[in-house]
Design a protein around this ligand. Sequence first.
Ligand code: MG
Ligand code: MG
Length: 269
Amino acid sequence: MIQIKTVDEIALMREAGLVVAGALRAVSAAVEVGVSTKALDDIAEGYIRSRGAAPSFLGYHGFPASICASVNEEVVHGIPSSSRRLREGDVISIDCGAIVDGFHGDAAVTVPVGEVAPEALELIRVTEESLWAGFAAAGIGGRLGDISHAIEASLRGQAAEYGIVRSYGGHGIGTEMHQEPHVLNYGRAGRGPKLVRGLALAIEPMVTLGKPDTVELDDDWTVVTADGSYAAHFEHTFTLTDDGPWVLTAQDGGAAKLAELGVSVPARG
Ligand code: MG
Ligand code: MG
């Protein structure tokens, strides 16, 4: 079942989304050479609780932290650790979720640590760009496949070749962090469930510098690229309004990024 949210429920998801946005801003600002991924987790949890929200990830199927911290060849679901300290040239993906009055927000960013290789910086750029291409393609009356196709087309249209991870994807979100439908990061436009008012989705392309294949480590969480290549991961939670997509985990609702793609939506505080 695809859960459709009321206006009041979307307002709670916006509150949760702004908490996630603030937590990711605080964590991103703290990323530097020598910092441990556990220290980043502490910052996220402290921020979320200071806003009167609860971390979505902590205890989720036993996950022991408030963020996933995935470094270099780690794609998603990395477990923060006090012994994992960031090094010059690393790229770290930080995934975070928060709950306000039972409703979730979920977002992720990938951040460079100090000086990183140009191809890794470009990987970060194209992954984020593909996420926004997905939102730009989303409109009431369209189909889920429009988003999937736009993400894939954005990545296939880049100068270099990238691996689009196929084993994981986006999802519906609301009273649970993960709901139907599953959102592929590749596919055909015009297919799949209809995009309707009150639908809320987390879109999250995961992209590699090598092959798309992934392996789960023995900790039963950390997903790494099978070929050891670096990966990037960007995610936002959004809903559809009569005025276009509303990115609930972006401070401005997505207005600035969407404007770059020629999509005009109301600026939101
Ligand atoms: Mg997430
Ligand atoms: Mg997610």
